[in-house]
Ligand binder design. Structure first.
Ligand code: NDP
Length: 338
């Protein structure tokens, strides 16, 4: 079997040298375990934080340890009751072709119901993050205006499509004209602005103001950086900011400011009575059933479109991951391992 280990901790943006491809014997499942042959592996922005040694909400990956992440694969040997060879399961198998793991906690996936890749994207962690953050903390109401960046990614596209279905005006921000076209044509955003086309937050804010003539009620925060700086002064009274991610800063080696001072940020929050709610999706797994009930039919009816960006081969995972952090992906990034 093959796996990819963390060879060294990145200083700033990760490079191929931070990863190492290893060959190991295929493990044997112990009592209560199954052996999984991985078919697809997810690449997600949060993995960047796990490569550092700074303290966060989840443990970091030790140097020389296997890169972590969610995957979906087929059981090829089973030592666990209720888990048969040939069944598909989703779990944290890491960046590897095979994994022997405890069966408890694995989610079964039925390829006859939905493509197995959906369990990593639109019906998996990122789609759930978009839905939960919007519904729980965005508190969307028909007629309001929502802004979200990384609008064609699995989180942003879910946010935009669910908000649209609830009658909101949706304005996306994405990197490049092709992604903006996709945001409007495929994901139904009313407008989309290309953040690469603006060399300052002020210029982006000018056009965002035109795209949001009634102001912004919900800013679903995925990126931080220039977009946050542009958005904050446009927030309406009682606006909501589900604080989901800040990918613009994940590769920074030192603290950066947001263009706005802490005092300015607090002032906007106070004067506009903003509700800013940080959330980490792993604290909400008990809501996954509600998400599937709400969004499953929307995928079936086409109200929620799916965009996946699949890289072939485990050995190409590091490059695909490095690209993901700077917008080189279009849609849910994953690796076809088998
Ligand atoms: P995406 O697949 O959308 O990939 C990340 C995207 O971020 C890139 O494609 C790029 O899109 C955009 N991006 C990168 N750098 C910048 C920048 N400097 N300024 C603006 N945009 C940038 O990712 P996901 O949908 O999986 O995740 C979106 C966000 O949600 C991330 O911040 C992630 O960490 C967060 N998240 C948080 C979770 C939680 O529990 N709180 C759970 C899951 C995700 P483009 O080219 O369009 O700019």
């Amino acid at each position: 079997m093959k796996q990819i280990a963390l060879a060294s901790r990145p200083k700033g943006a990760p490079t191929p040298e931070n990863f190492r491809l290893e060959e190991l014997p295929i493990p044997t499942p112990a009592e209560g375990e199954v052996l999984v042959r991985v078919h697809y592996m997810s690449l997600d922005p949060y993995m960047r934080g796990r490569m550092d040694d700074s303290k966060s909400y989840a443990a970091n990956i030790p140097v020389d340890g296997k890169m972590e992440g969610g995957s979906v694969g087929e059981i090829i040997a089973s030592n666990a009751e209720g888990y048969a060879v040939g069944e598909f399961v989703m779990g944290g198998f890491g960046w590897a072709t095979h994994a022997a793991v405890p069966a408890v906690g694995l989610a079964k996936v039925d390829p006859k119901v939905t493509p197995i890749t959906y369990s990593l994207g639109v019906l998996g962690m990122p789609g759930f993050t978009g839905w939960l953050g919007l519904m729980e903390f965005g508190k969307p109401k028909a007629g309001e205006t929502l802004v979200v960046a990384a609008a064609t990614g699995p989180v942003g596209s879910m946010v935009g499509q669910v908000a649209k279905s609830l009658g909101l005006r949706t304005v996306g921000i994405a990197g490049g004209p092709e992604k903006c076209k996709m945001a409007v044509e495929q994901f139904g955003f009313d407008e989309c602005l290309d953040h690469h086309a603006y060399d300052s937050a002020d210029a982006l804010r000018d056009d965002l103001g035109k795209a949001c003539p009634d102001g912004i009620d919900i800013y679903f925060e995925n990126v931080g950086g220039k977009v946050l700086e542009a958005v904050l002064p446009l927030m309406n009274l009682f606006g909501r900011i589900p604080l989901c991610g800040m990918i613009a800063w994940y590769n920074e080696t030192k603290e950066v400011d947001a263009g706005l001072t802490g005092q300015q940020i607090w002032r906007h929050a106070l004067v506009q009575s903003l509700s800013i709610n940080g959330f980490i999706i792993s604290n909400y797994w008990d809501r996954m059933g509600d998400f599937h009930k709400a969004v499953g039919p929307m995928i079936a009816s086409g109200a929620v479109a799916v965009q996946e960006d699949i890289t072939e081969g485990l050995e190409n995972a590091p490059d695909a991951f490095i690209k993901l952090l700077t917008g080189g992906n279009t849609g849910k990034a994953m690796v076809k391992v088998i």
